[in-house]
Design a protein around this ligand. Sequence first.
Ligand code: ADP
Ligand code: MG
Length: 694
Amino acid sequence: MSDFINVPEIFGSDVFNQATMQQRLSPEVYASWKQCIENGTPLELEVANPIAEAMRLWAIEKGATHYTHWFQPMTGITAEKHDSFIEPAGDGKVIMEFTGKALVRGEPDASSFPNGGLRATFEARGYTAWDPTAFAFVRDGSLYIPTCFFSYTGAALDKKTPLLRSIDEVSREAVRILRLFGDTETKRVIPCVGAEQEYFILPKDLYAQREDLRLTGRTLFGAVPPKGQELDDHYFGTIRNRVSQFMKDLDEQLWRLGILSKTKHNEGAPCQHELAPIYTDCNSACDDNQLTMLVMKKCAAKHNLVCLLHEKPFKGVNGSGKHNNWSLATDGGQNLFRPGKTPRQNAMFLVFLSAFIKGVDEYQDFLRCSVASAGNDHRLGAHEAPPAIVSIFLGDELTAVVESIINGTNYTDPQKSVMRIGVDVLPSIPRDTTDRNRTSPLAFTGNKFEFRMLGSSQSIADSNVALNTIMAEELQQFADALEKAPDFDQALQTLICNALTEHQRIIFNGNGYSKEWKQEAKERGLSNHASTATALPHYVSQKNIDLVTQHGIFTEEEFRARHEIHMESYRKIVNIEARTSIDMVLHQILPAATAYTKSLCEGMLAKKSLGISCAAETDLVGRLSAATDALYSHCEALRKELDGIPEGNEQIVSYYHDVIVSRMEALREQADILEQLTDKSYWPYPTYSDLLFY
Ligand code: ADP
Ligand code: MG
């Protein structure tokens, strides 16, 4: 059958990966490249030249005519500028060329990428440099080179550079801990990430009829249909034929790009789906997730579908998130969050566990801010998504272990009066008892932590920078204390016990969606920043500035630039949404409602002249008129409010949240009433039923 895909054969076939490099580079060049990767040293031009040449030949065989430095600016999406390989040959002909210089360094005309004030306009250029730990690949006729993006002065202008820095930092501190446990082998510890991606798929023709979807990625209006997701008949249900064709195509494209796409299924909401890859190192996982989002959109278009990555495309329907599964592994493949079999291994597990618990408690706000965005505001704390309060779910077994350490009391075995860390064996923690609580924002799932607060459209870089850096900080503190302790076992015992005792408030195994939790979290003193507007000021707290600068993840300037950009992006998004709302009200909703009202009135006149009762029409017209008036007055108010934006970045963000977003909700309420009252043939765009149950 022609549908057959030889997966092992196509997997990674569009990637200039290690195997291809080994095959196509001379042994010397290959060895030099490997050394650069292992030691983190820059690539010399003598090495870059033959690599570029081999890449070019390989890419041209794959049909490429162009190359692009692919980078991840601070907007959260990826950017690319394509140059062809052609060079004039002097005789009116061209040759195909690609030099080592063009491989390692590029200069996109990047003046219009947001830079948060990092780059004065007279120094507008940003530079890109190949990240040789990430493989180049071919897509749509171009050779893609994954790169870092920075200013003339070397300030990081992207999301990849700080991520790479945080990966190195957590590795170094983790290795120090391993040494204390007698591990002399491990050279590097690698953060591992598996990012599960949720998305919506809609028919393109319906999507095209909605200005809100086209301009903002979400519906700004729409009455909830008679049937929602209450029957739960979509979750894991049979996948629609058209969608399954798309998914098959998507998988094939992702596999060709060396992305370990593993699981696909329907999600809770109608038209919602999920894709989960097999986890890989944090840097690749981040690139892969960006690429996955890109390919999803392109591939959907090919199938006359549209892929929505927005966090909340539909009110009253599940939103989309991203589950960032995170763990630490040694270069030898040992997972440091897996409880071990020997007392020694378990003690080490408890060191990493308590460092994580301490770090999350101390830097709740940093984690919260890493997922703050206009889109995610609609999702966090809504009924199907984690709350805006950061807490850790450990499961009953592990919580019992933690409690026994804190209290110095029995744990299961009555013979043991105290569980001595480093001496006693931990009870084995059965995996399947750990992942039952879907309401937790950060859950221990047997050998990894699943951070579930990320929005579906966000880059996973920010959250992983936060996780890696927090972990690096705590491991550093632990290593500092343990390295100079006269009695290691005693010091270990104290360290773990203290960390767990002081930070146990962050552990919560109950229902994160409940009202009671909000109250309890407040009593525990945990942060609850319900919106981006209230969260973002905490991003640049002195504590966070110290954390990121001391670990060399960001300079203070770089960090503040991110803060500026997050605020800027919030207010731009809300501004576009508000203006789109006004546009739709004035040009579509209001005309539809008044036209229908007019036709009702004309009917009433006719009926009255014949002496027939018009009770229904009278009532309907009254309700339509009331909603129309209210709609118009909210629309006018919104227009005026958009003219009254205050000064000052933080004030602007608060104003957009408190004034503009609330007004848009009030406006929507009236529009949705009108939608329900108006004859469908008058309604100017597809309704929720049309979109979700096509
Ligand atoms: P779920 O119950 O959420 O479906 P799975 O075990 O299927 O959990 O894994 C979900 C994601 O977590 C996958 O992307 C998987 O590859 C990833 N994952 C599994 N083990 C690890 C690990 N040690 N570190 C990071 N991610 C992991
Ligand atoms: Mg999951």
